[in-house]
Design a protein around this ligand. Structure first.
Ligand code: FRU
Length: 502
């Protein structure tokens, strides 16, 4: 029997009213995304509860429904039958209980015995310093229909962190999975003197939890806190994804405020220890954080992430929204590393195909019918003897705008530069990339205010929010010596996120 709680329902109703009032204006703004998940109005951060229930895909997200800035967290909700077309659902969780009064923080979802469970972090500020004065506990909510959720009376189900070298207050973001007869969860944590780590728990019923061990921790160079862990088995590997806060930049790496990546190896379920190798990034761009994965109906491992970065300027806030998710990416393992590929279902959105083959260019070249602001572009470039080459997208000469993608053959680096992308944050990020048979393969997804570049079939990915003028639509290729464009394929991509609330 699920008990309804009228104060929770009221809190959700007020939040929905706040969204409803603003959503029309939000959709009128030019930077509104066509095929990326964002809120109907106001603030979004981490994806939460990415999962399958009753044959449908669900994404929940950290949501502040009263302003385009972060605030007391609710869980927004959107669902899809195919991971391509999404429809907004009513808000799922509101912070109305003593144990979550200052926010329903990140967590995950799982189906058990026909019911849909959310395990999330209840956040309470215990004083003015949000880094020190906080109490975080793990709480459970349940739904019969996958839309309306009730918090259980036994909450919090994990009331405090374990003893040992474990910070008592920074204890959040449970990610659930099932293995044999147990449910497991990993939790983000830090040691007493601030090194990131991840804790492993198990339970038979999702309500009574037993602490097993520290699954993995930073040995001093991987940040002061690991947020939003995720754990899964892929091919013959156990993968732990996490978002380390506060890693120091090293050469061209780790220039975002916080990072998101993985370590992999073998988990011993008895000791709870992951025997693992080095940390690898999951994305080399500017805007990628708190990724979460799920196993889909076909057994594929699919990941989405918050396509933004803490403390970054977000010009869409002036239109009363903030934040978006990346496109869903399929994770595979090749050469002992994770590769991320756009899910093939996104091809459903393609229209207006334009194709060029075997074009040689030297200097700068623009094709007159190759332009846009919501598209997929695939290019295969034979580099010949060129040392520096690439392309500019969202370009407009008159406005002096362009987003630059340039390959440096001597350094083996692909650079994404948004210094002249328009409004918003600037800068450059680099990914280590080798040519294969002297060729560079790129699949680029441009939306009204974003770009995601999949390099050499998912070996590396770079994601960024950009805020160009709506007239900046050109695509220009350039090179310091002759290059050969073997393939240029472009499709406009249709809108796939519904504008109406359920
Ligand atoms: C990560 C994070 C989580 C937390 C949530 C709060 O971006 O800081 O650790 O649960 O955001 O919104």
């Amino acid at each position: 029997m699920i008990h309804k709680n009228s104060s929770h329902e009221e809190a959700i109703k007020s939040a929905m009213y706040s969204i409803e009032k603003k959503k029309k204006g939000v959709n009128e703004g030019y930077w509104r995304l066509n095929y990326h998940i964002s809120t109907p109005a106001f603030w979004m951060n981490d994806p939460n509860g990415f999962s399958l229930f009753n044959g449908e895909y669900h994404v929940f997200y950290q949501h502040h429904p009263y302003s385009p800035e972060w605030g007391p967290m609710f869980w927004g909700h959107i669902k899809s039958k195919d991971l391509v077309f999404w429809e907004h659902c009513p808000i799922a969780l509101a912070p109305n209980e003593k144990y979550d009064q200052d926010g329903c923080f990140s967590g995950s979802a799982i189906e058990k015995d026909g019911l849909f469970y959310l395990l999330y972090t209840g956040n309470v500020w215990t004083g003015p310093d949000h880094d020190k004065d906080l109490k975080q506990t793990q709480c459970l909510a349940v739904s019969e229909d996958g839309i309306h959720f009730n918090k259980i009376s036994e909450n919090p189900v994990i009331f405090s962190g374990p003893s040992g070298d474990i910070h008592p207050h920074h204890f959040r973001d449970p990610k659930l999975w099932k293995h044999n007869e147990y449910y497991y969860c990993v939790l983000g944590s830090r040691t007493l003197n601030h090194h990131g780590q991840v804790l492993l728990y198990r339970s038979l019923d999702l309500k009574v939890w037993e602490y097993i061990n520290v699954m993995a921790k930073s040995e001093g160079n991987l940040g002061y806190m690991w947020e939003c862990p995720d754990f899964f088995h892929l091919e013959d590997q156990d993968i732990l994804i996490m978002s380390p806060q506060g890693m120091e930049p090293a050469n061209y790496l780790y220039h975002n405020l916080h990072q998101a990546g993985y370590i992999h190896g073998k988990l011993d379920y008895e000791t709870g220890i992951l025997n693992h190798g080095d940390f690898e990034l999951l994305d080399y761009g500017f805007d990628f954080y708190a990724p979460q994965t799920m196993e889909d109906k076909k057994g594929r491992r699919i990941m989405i992430a918050w396509m933004a970065m803490w403390e970054s300027e977000m010009p869409e806030q002036q239109h009363n929204w903030a934040g978006a998710m990346t496109i869903p990416r399929q994770l595979i393992i090749q050469d002992n590393k994770i590769k991320s590929l756009p899910i093939p279902e996104l091809e459903k959105l393609r229209k207006d195909s334009v194709r060029y083959q075997n074009v040689t260019i030297d200097g700068e070249h623009k094709f007159n019918d190759l332009l846009g602001d919501s598209y997929e572009l695939e290019v295969i470039i034979d580099a010949q003897d060129a040392l520096l080459f690439g392309l500019k997208v969202r370009a407009c000469e008159e406005l002096n705008q362009e987003t630059l993608i340039v390959y440096d053959r001597l350094e083996n680096l692909l650079e994404l530069n948004r210094d002249r992308s328009g409004r918003g944050p600037k800068g450059s990020r680099k990914a280590p990339v080798k040519l294969h048979n002297n060729e560079l393969h790129l699949r680029i997804f441009v939306d009204k205010s974003s770009i995601e570049i999949f390099i050499n079939n998912g070996e590396k990915v770079m994601s960024a929010r950009i805020y160009p003028n709506q007239r900046a639509r050109d695509i220009r290729f350039f090179s310091d010596r002759e290059i050969h464009l073997k393939e240029v394929n472009k499709w406009n991509l249709e809108k796939s996120i519904s504008t109406s609330l359920l």
